[in-house]
Design a protein around this ligand. Structure first.
Ligand SMILES: Nc1ncnc2c1ncn2[C@@H]1O[C@H](COP(=O)(O)OP(=O)(O)OP(=O)(O)O)[C@@H](O)[C@H]1O
Ligand SMILES: [Mg+2]
Length: 220
């Protein structure tokens, strides 16, 4: 079993949205997937409870139960464990990083998010873990041009010393609407731009997690 932790010390960056979309995508790809919600807000749990039909197994736990949940899930044939983390406290986030084979660092294209990702990346490195940065809620291109905030963020993130996925997520209403129904964007609006972003992101992050391919550091 492989474990992916979705991290951002900034509230509202898009951790839960990404965790849900990756967990459902892994599930639909035929992997036995568990989503561990260690955030006392229980947002990921609310989303999965709104879901009808089959889907990822939900573990609604506190960070202290993460390790035993991981062992239990592995012993019971789960293929993938995705951890949706809170922004704080730090000890809970570190616990998730410690359990992870891969950390996805979620980052909006803002100065404060980038400063926060620098610290998270340091923690991931210190614990000897693999990480990848994913831009979230990026404004869309205007007249075919990338908005300056996205260009600046991509430039700044090059210096964090961790791969930046070229596949970011734009700010799109489909991400908000789909999770209200317990669905991934791929189920909610198949073929949409949002669905394409998640499909392409999983095509990169999935192999990184499952260990059969690596990602090259590149800007968005
Ligand atoms: N790509 C996106 N496009 C549009 N809205 C988004 C996107 N990602 C997240 N959101 C919205 O931003 C808000 C915060 O998202 P989310 O709950 O996923 O963040 P979070 O990092 O898990 O927050 P917290 O730190 O509180 O756990 C939600 O209202 C969500 O619907
Ligand atoms: Mg959350």
């Amino acid at each position: 079993m492989k474990t992916l932790a979705v991290i951002s010390r900034k509230g509202g960056a898009g951790k839960t949205t990404l965790s849900i979309n990756l967990a459902i995508t892994a599930h639909l790809a035929g992997l036995k997937t568990m989503l561990a919600d260690i955030d006392p807000q229980r947002s990921a749990s609310d989303v999965l409870r709104a879901r009808t039909g089959d889907g990822p197994v939900l573990a609604e736990i506190n960070a202290g139960k993460l390790f035993s949940t991981q062992v239990h899930a592995s012993n019971h044939g789960q293929d993938v464990l995705i951890i949706d983390t809170p922004a704080a406290p730090e000890a809970d986030v570190l616990q998730a990083i410690q359990c992870a084979d891969l950390c996805v660092l979620v980052c909006r294209p803002t100065f404060l998010d980038i400063a926060s990702v620098v610290r998270s990346a340091e923690a991931v490195r210190r614990l000897g873990k693999k990480g990848v940065i994913v831009l979230s809620q990026a404004p869309s291109k205007r007249n075919g041009f990338e908005p300056p905030a996205v260009l600046k963020a991509a430039e700044a993130l090059r210096f964090v010393g961790m791969p930046v996925s070229p596949i970011g997520l734009r700010a799109r209403t489909a991400f908000q609407q789909s999770i209200a129904h317990g669905r991934s964007v791929c189920e909610w609006e198949p073929g949409s731009a949002a669905a394409e972003e998640i499909t392409r992101l999983w095509a990169q992050v999935g192999p990184m997690l499952l260990g059969n391919e690596d990602i090259r550091a590149q800007a968005v």
